[in-house]
Write a new protein. Structure first.
Length: 446
């Protein structure tokens, strides 16, 4: 392996871990093979259950409220002016950097510092369906393969390869996964999700989603075949990931595990042992420092993530004891912060919120229509604690219950310390851009 391996970062929308290699009933042979050839991270989590904030963390190694992306990039929030992103670090280290397909971190992709932008249009997902043609997995992966074959990518290169799928598409005021290029599964044959009721609309969504997942899988296959045909597969770090959980109720837009869980697969011959499955907690802020560590570049002090290269190499590695997640803005104000350990999830809600927040695309989907009357009831408690050992689907809030008082207090304080250390603006009150008349609850609740 070269001491300066190429880096291919393949990413998609709204997938969670809905892949065969994570035990779901969807056929993903190329991604399953990538997992077999490299590492699968069983407990990888995003910093946010929504697109831009999570993607910003992946590309900066910093939490959303640190880098400025507290909402969607095509709305008001954007990266801080002085924020550095992965292509900038790698370019400084001598890499040629390329962007293929979607990025959705900023409305001004030129500021990301890529040497080459290969997309016909650089899109956010919330655009008319016809425009998605330029960002589908088939097209984006094909463009990468063509450029690599033509010799347009000089070693060492970094390629960010962003697929539009598995984002919902608006169709007559409803948001669905199905579209002409995708082959849906049979709704009667899909396995229901453990955290949602088994209802027809939810089965319909899952069946349609599987068509998009298979398109992602084929796109990944195209990328892997191109690397092999070019003879650079042995010297390329391949990372496949997504930014948050499925675009389903109680997943996207929620800091429960289905909302912040992320697929994370990595392959690099000579470094990553094939077929390894890691149980350690990983946050997506950890990916950037791991890449910098791999190429022997110093990790800047301002980066909040921590490298897990030693874990990959089988060296002395101290596992994370916890990961953090947050949400501030999406299509509504939903200020939430959370801390997850191996056993517990503690959630702090900073507003008078519905029982389960549904993003606009999820609310107006076949799945959302099945559950929104129940999920959108008021009011969510200001504190939530879940014992994941006995309650993996986070149904029973035990915050303050007998036997859990100490854990509640301990995680409340740890979350507050993290917010203070990272200068979270939410500690000072509601976060703009909108003004609110209601007074936010003081810390601690009650």
């Amino acid at each position: 392996m070269s001491d300066r391996p190429n880096v291919c970062l393949i990413h998609c929308h709204d997938l969670g871990r809905y892949l065969g290699c994570y035990g779901f009933d969807v056929e993903t042979p190329r991604l399953d093979a990538l997992a077999s050839d490299g590492a699968t991270f069983e407990n990888a989590f995003a910093t946010a259950p929504q697109c831009s904030p999570s993607r910003g963390s992946l590309m900066t190694g910093r939490y959303p409220h640190e880098n400025g992306l507290v909402g969607l990039a095509h709305d008001e929030p954007d990266l801080n002016d002085d924020e550095r992103v992965l292509p900038s670090y790698l370019s400084e280290a001598g890499y040629e950097t390329h962007l293929f397909g979607l990025q959705h971190v900023t409305e001004n992709p030129q500021r990301l510092g890529y040497d080459e932008l290969h997309s016909e249009r650089l899109l956010s997902p919330d655009v008319p369906p016809s425009v998605h043609e330029t960002a589908r997995a088939e097209k984006v992966s094909g463009t990468f393969a063509d450029r690599l074959e033509d010799g347009d990518l000089d070693d060492p290169f970094f390629a960010s390869i962003g697929f539009f799928e598995l984002h919902r598409i608006e169709d007559d005021d409803r948001f669905v996964f199905a579209d002409d290029p995708y082959e849906s599964a049979d709704p009667d044959e899909v396995e229901p999700l453990s955290y949602l009721p088994d209802e027809p609309g939810i089965r319909r969504d899952l069946a349609d989603a599987q068509g998009m997942v298979r398109a992602i899988d084929r796109g990944v296959g195209t990328v892997l075949d191109a690397l092999s045909d070019a003879g650079v597969d042995e010297d390329t770090l391949v990372i496949f990931t997504t930014e948050h959980g499925l675009a389903m109720p109680r997943a996207k837009g929620s800091v429960y595990d289905p909302g912040i869980e992320s697929a994370l697969l990595m392959s690099l011959p000579g470094v990553i042992e094939p077929g390894t499955r890691y149980q350690e907690l990983i946050s997506n802020v950890d990916v950037l420092p791991t890449i910098l560590d791999l190429i022997d570049e110093g990790v800047p002090e301002r980066v909040s993530g921590r490298s897990f290269l030693a874990l990959l190499r089988g060296g002395d590695y101290t596992p994370r004891g916890r990961v953090f997640a947050e949400m501030t803005w999406h299509d509504a104000y939903n200020p939430v912060r959370a801390i997850r350990t191996r056993r517990f999830k503690y959630v702090r809600n900073f507003w008078r919120l519905p029982n389960v927040y549904l993003t606009h695309d999820v609310r107006h989907s076949p799945s959302g229509e099945e559950v929104r009357d129940e999920f959108e009831r008021p009011n969510r408690p200001y504190e939530e604690l879940y014992d994941l050992e006995v309650d993996p689907h986070e149904r029973e809030n035990v915050a303050g219950d007998d036997g859990y008082e100490g854990t509640t207090a301990e995680l409340r304080e740890e979350l507050r310390e993290w917010m203070e250390t990272t200068d979270d603006p939410l500690l000072s009150g509601p976060v703009p851009p909108n003004n609110f008349e209601e007074e936010i609850m003081a810390w601690p609740p009650g």
